[in-house]
Ligand binder design. Structure first.
Ligand code: AQP
Length: 334
């Protein structure tokens, strides 16, 4: 009999423009791990509406992101690809877990602090509750491993704490998940091109900060050539060189070359040549992804089929877990 593979869950919000940070921090590891794990990859659209979205744009973006997942190498035949809102159990489990999560815990989440600052005066409750929904996403499927960028580490720690608390009350209901995060120099946190102290983000209103996976090669080249660098002129990884360190990390990821090798190749050639070569490498890396994206994106009938099939399989599993949860907390069978 074939041994059961451990479960992997990961999701990305269909907000803004999928970028090289999302790829290096998360999707690259999805790619590597998809053969050894039983994987569910989600478009977490319930999370996306914590920030106001244009409904038509959101719908379109779900298809864009799904096509990009596939273009980046995620095989829809061997993995479950689905939209979070197609599986209502996520929201139900989130409600139940809300009753096992403390306000203090959520108040400490750095993403909430950052995003609520941007939200101004009227901060919606969804933004505060986001990590509980994320815990539900993970815990619904007996997930063992969650590949994410470093920014999501705190949320996974919360999911673990809530699961342990719940299990302490009711027995071993949830599997305790582990984060799977790249090492710092492998791109756990890719920074903005213009603001290397800030994480590169899908929803950054300043497009010059972001290498979007679908950026036109000419635009990309310009952005990379204009990226902020540091004083000194030497190409090396260093804490006091956030700009050049970030570019080296991107270069290393898209060419599969070690940072040490790149430092040796570029140490004394100057930033101009380094950035020119990096731009070429990024364009070459993204070209096949963009070509595949266009091939998949036009076939919405096929994309709908993938999502329908994914949702059916995800619902079946989620339903099993929710029956267990409803039972242990004391709800009578419906
Ligand atoms: N800059 C980054 N470097 C490395 N990994 C990153 N991730 C995000 N930014 C970087 C990882 O990509 C996945 C995105 O998941 P998400 O959309 O649920 O979360 P997010 O962290 O809120 O992403 P963004 O890009 O910052 O989106 P917006 O701007 O829309 O809020 C996660 O695995 C994340 O760690």
């Amino acid at each position: 009999m074939q041994e059961k593979r451990p479960v992997l869950f990961s999701g990305i919000q269909p907000s803004g423009n999928l970028n090289i940070g999302n790829y290096i921090g998360a999707i690259r590891n999805w790619n590597k791990l998809q053969f050894d794990y039983d994987c569910l990859f989600s478009l977490v659209d319930l999370h996306t509406i914590t920030v106001r979205q244009d409904p038509e744009e959101l719908r379109k973006r779900c298809y864009d992101f799904l096509s990009l997942y596939i273009a980046c190498g995620i095989d829809p035949k061997n993995n479950i690809l689905f939209v979070q809102s197609h599986v209502p159990q996520h929201a139900e489990l989130a409600w139940i877990l809300n009753c096992y999560t403390y306000m203090g815990e959520l108040s400490r989440m750095t993403q909430f602090k950052d995003k609520s600052q941007k939200a101004g005066k009227n901060i919606n409750v969804g933004l505060f509750d986001y990590p509980v929904l994320m815990a539900a996403d993970i815990l619904l499927y007996d997930t063992k491993v969650v590949p994410v960028g470093a920014d999501q580490k705190q949320h996974i720690e919360l999911a673990r704490d809530v699961a342990l608390r719940f299990n302490k009350n009711y027995g071993d209901v949830f599997t305790i998940p582990e984060p799977f995060i790249p090492k710092a120099k492998e791109g756990a946190r890719i920074m903005g091109l213009q603001e290397p102290e800030q994480k590169m983000s899908k929803s950054d209103p300043n497009a010059s900060n972001v290498i979007a996976l679908l950026d036109d090669p000419k635009v990309l080249t310009k952005k990379i050539k204009r990226a902020v660098t540091d004083s000194g002129g030497e190409v090396c990884l260093a804490d006091d060189k956030p700009g050049i360190s970030n570019l080296l990390t991107i270069f290393s990821a898209v060419t599969d070359t070690s940072i040490e090798q790149l430092e040796a190749d570029y140490r004394d050639v100057g930033y101009g040549k380094f950035k020119g070569d990096l731009a070429e490498a990024v364009v070459a890396f993204l070209e096949p992804i963009q070509q595949k994206f266009h091939a998949f994106r036009d076939d919405t009938t096929e994309l709908d089929k993938i999502l329908r099939h994914g949702a059916e399989r995800a619902r079946e599993r989620a339903d099993k877990m929710l029956r267990k949860v409803r039972d242990v907390v004391g709800f009578i069978k419906g």
